[in-house]
Design a protein around this ligand. Structure first.
Ligand code: SF4
Length: 396
C-alpha cells in the first residue's frame, strides 16, 4: 500500500477530533449514526472502484476501504442490475454507504432503501424531464431521502456546471458554482430537509480553495465535504489535495474529506490513509511547502476510477501517459485521462488533450473535439502526435 509510512502510530479518530484544526461553525448533521459537522471528528471517505455488479469484488473493496479507516464508502449505481447488487452488498456489510445519482434523479427511489447518503449533482438535474422545475426535482430527492433516513450531499462539480449558472455568470466560474451550491441549500431548506452537506470540487486546488472559502462565508452553517477531483496519480495528486486541504482545514473549513487518487483497485485504501495523514499533519501544524513552480508546465489530471471503469487498463494507461509526456513537462498544457464513457466525454472538454476509456478503445480529444478512437496499445502514439502538433502550433 502506498504511503503506508505516513500513517501515524497514534489512534486515529480521537487524535483528529479537531483539537488543532480551528473550531468549525457548521451545524452537525447525521449520516445514519455518523455525525458530520460542528465538533464531530472530520470524517474520511472513499469510493469503491470495482464493478458494482461484481458483488464479491465490490464487497472485498468495501472491506479494504473500511479496514483502512473509512467512515463512509460510495458505490456507483448505473442500472437496475447494479441496484439489485447494491441491495446484496447492503445485506453483507455494516459500512455506511453512499450513492451518486448522476444524471437520473429518479434513481433515488431505487437506491435510497439501501444506502445512508445520496449525492446529487445540480449540474445534472436538467438532463431528464426538462420541463419539470429543478426545485421539484430537488424536493423529490429530499422527500425520498427523508423517507429512508438518508442524508444528502449537494455535489457541485466545476466540470459540470448547470447551464443556467454558466449563462448567468459567464467567465465568473467560481461565482457560478458557489451560487449554485447556495441556491441548492435554499431549495433543501425550503422543504425543511436538514441532514445535508455541500461539496464544491475541481481538479485545480486553487479553485477549490477559492470556491469553498466563498461558500463558507455565504453559508457558514452548512457542513462541507472537501475534495480535489481528478487529482490524479501520486505524488502530484497528493500534493494537489494537500494544498487545498491545508488552506481550508486550517481555516476551519471542511467537515469531511475525500482524497481522489488514480491508484490500482486493490490500493483504494490508500485514499483513506493519505487523507488521515494529511489531517494529522494539519492538526499538528506540519504544513508542506508547495514544490517550486508546481502549477507551471504540464498538468496531468486523471479520475480516481470507480465502478464505471470498463477496463482496468485505464489505471496503467494513466501512468503511461504521465511517463510518455515527460518530455513536454515545461509546456503549460493540461492532459485529462478519464476512466469511463459516463463522465469522460464531458470532463475532458476543458483539457488541451483528453482521453476517455471504453471497454476496448480509448477516445482521444483535442479540447472539445474528437480526435479519433484507438486501441489501448495504439493510443499513446496518437496522443504523442497530437501533443507534438499542439506544441508546434504554440511555438509558431
Ligand atoms: S470519470 Fe468515470 S470512471 Fe472516472 S471517477 Fe468519474 S465516473 Fe468514475
Amino acid at each position: 500500500m502506498i504511503l503506508a509510512s505516513l500513517v501515524p502510530e497514534s489512534s486515529l479518530r480521537e487524535y483528529y477530533a479537531g483539537r488543532m484544526i480551528p473550531e468549525r461553525k457548521t451545524r452537525k448533521i447525521y449520516v445514519r449514526g455518523l455525525p458530520i459537522g460542528g465538533d464531530a471528528p472530520i470524517a474520511v471517505q472513499s469510493m469503491a472502484a470495482t464493478q458494482t455488479r461484481d458483488v464479491p469484488a465490490t464487497l472485498r473493496q468495501v472491506r479494504i476501504i473500511e479496514a483502512a479507516g473509512a467512515d463512509l464508502i460510495r458505490i456507483a449505481v448505473d442500472s437496475k442490475e447494479d441496484v439489485a447488487c447494491l441491495a446484496e452488498i447492503r445485506s453483507q456489510t455494516e459500512a455506511l454507504l453512499s450513492v451518486d445519482l448522476q444524471e437520473s434523479y429518479r434513481l433515488v427511489t431505487d437506491v435510497a432503501p439501501h444506502v445512508d447518503k445520496i449525492r446529487y449533482n445540480p449540474g445534472h438535474l436538467h438532463h431528464h424531464e426538462k420541463s419539470r422545475p429543478i426545485a421539484d426535482k430537488v424536493a423529490f430527492i429530499a422527500e425520498t431521502a427523508g423517507e429512508h433516513g438518508c442524508a444528502i450531499r449537494i455535489g457541485v462539480n466545476a466540470g459540470s456546471v448547470a447551464p443556467e449558472y454558466k449563462e448567468r455568470f459567464g467567465d465568473d466560474h467560481v461565482g457560478a458554482i458557489v451560487q449554485c451550491a447556495v441556491d441548492h441549500c435554499d431549495l433543501l431548506d425550503e422543504v425543511s430537509f436538514r441532514d445535508y452537506l455541500v461539496s464544491i470540487k475541481d481538479s485545480d486546488p486553487r479553485l477549490v480553495i477559492q470556491a469553498n472559502q466563498r461558500f463558507a462565508a455565504e453559508r457558514p452553517d452548512v457542513p462541507i465535504h472537501l475534495g480535489v477531483t481528478e487529482a490524479g496519480m501520486p505524488p502530484d495528486g497528493i500534493i494537489k489535495t494537500r494544498i487545498a486541504f491545508e488552506q481550508l482545514l486550517s481555516r476551519g473549513i471542511g467537515d469531511t474529506i475525500r482524497v481522489s487518487l488514480t491508484v490500482p483497485f486493490d490500493d483504494k485504501g490508500s485514499e483513506i490513509v493519505v487523507g488521515r495523514s494529511i489531517l494529522a499533519d494539519i492538526e499538528a501544524g506540519r504544513f508542506r511547502s508547495v514544490p517550486p513552480n508546481f502549477f507551471d508546465g504540464l498538468n496531468i489530471i486523471a479520475c480516481p476510477s470507480c465502478s464505471r471503469v470498463e477496463n482496468e487498463r485505464f489505471i496503467e494507461l494513466a501512468a503511461e501517459v504521465k511517463e510518455m509526456t515527460q518530455y513536454a513537462k515545461e509546456h503549460d498544457l493540461t492532459i485529462a485521462v478519464m476512466g469511463c464513457r459516463v463522465n469522460g466525454p464531458g470532463e475532458t472538454d476543458d483539457a488541451d488533450l483528453g482521453l476517455w476509456c471504453g471497454p476496448t478503445r480509448v477516445n482521444l480529444k483535442r479540447g472539445p473535439e474528437d480526435a479519433g478512437s484507438f486501441s489501448y496499445d495504439d493510443v499513446l502514439a496518437a496522443l504523442q502526435a497530437e501533443l507534438d502538433a499542439l506544441i508546434g502550433q504554440r511555438a509558431s
